[in-house]
Design a protein around this ligand. Sequence first.
Ligand SMILES: Nc1ncnc2c1ncn2[C@@H]1O[C@H](COP(=O)(O)OP(=O)(O)OP(=O)(O)O)[C@@H](O)[C@H]1O
Length: 315
Amino acid sequence: MTDAAADGLAVRSQGLTKRFGQQVAVDQVDLRVPEGAVYGFLGPNGSGKTTTIRMLLGLIQPTAGRHELLGEPAPERLTAVLPRVGALVEGPAFHPYLSGRANLARLDAGDRTADPRTARQRIDGALERVGLLAAAGKRYRAYSLGMRQRLALAGSLLTPRDLLVLDEPTNGLDPQGTREVRNLIGSLAAEGRTVLLSTHLLSEVEQICTHAGIMRQGRLVAQSTLTELRAAATPRVRVCTDAPADAARVLRELGLTEVSHDATGATGLPGAIAPEKIVVGLVADQVPVRGFAVQSPDLEEQFVKLTGEGFDVSG
Ligand SMILES: Nc1ncnc2c1ncn2[C@@H]1O[C@H](COP(=O)(O)OP(=O)(O)OP(=O)(O)O)[C@@H](O)[C@H]1O
């Protein structure tokens, strides 16, 4: 057993780097995806998510660094471990005039490790898994976008997988299709499978992920559980008052940092100073306090701070 397996990591990379000519697309990325996690690989377009995923799956060679999937080192053991890894990177080329079932049959027939005698069982099992059994006989071109993406997922679930690597699985889907795919990811996770999914949608990470890694210009700038990311957000106090300048002065005197004021009040970072002490200080200085709040920045503010860019928060 390797260290990654011993650590309970489904994916681990160290110094994973990819250069295209002069451009560094992925810069020394150290991923740690715990077994059983739904890991949101989050970053704006062009930040290096797809390139990282392609390296993890052995679709392109890293310029430097190494990684392990399910405890097996790449590239030596990649061929051995890939049958346990379901991937959705480029959508499979499905035939528009064939049914969903016939398309999966073609895909299954291309898998030399799969026993043809049990093909029907595998195919119907995968269709059922993604909720497409009733529509299995329909032509692919009649499928909605959500159904098409679910069929692609069914294609990666023809054999049981311990790890699923999904590149932007809800990209281009309407709200209904997005819900379908997210529900499916949720049920795969509930079965104990590890899911690594890339996305540029913060809301997706908030809704379905237990862990997140944030990419910015090829670098992994943060990686932790969602709970930790939320907790890392620095709280700020806000005083509502008719005397904002006085309030700001008192906040500074009390030792708050980054103090500023506007027409309706003052704010600052309290650090270790207890909120009740701040209120007492304000009142002692006869600042008329109309309102007092400790505000924690939400995840979006936190991510914008880390990545220096906004996220598409829709979806
Ligand atoms: N084959 C390639 N040749 C040259 N440059 C590439 C190649 N593949 C990716 N890049 C560049 O590497 C950078 C990272 O791209 P990548 O596709 O990995 O980002 P991403 O985060 O997945 O974004 P997106 O969501 O748009 O796919 C981009 O600047 C891209 O132009």
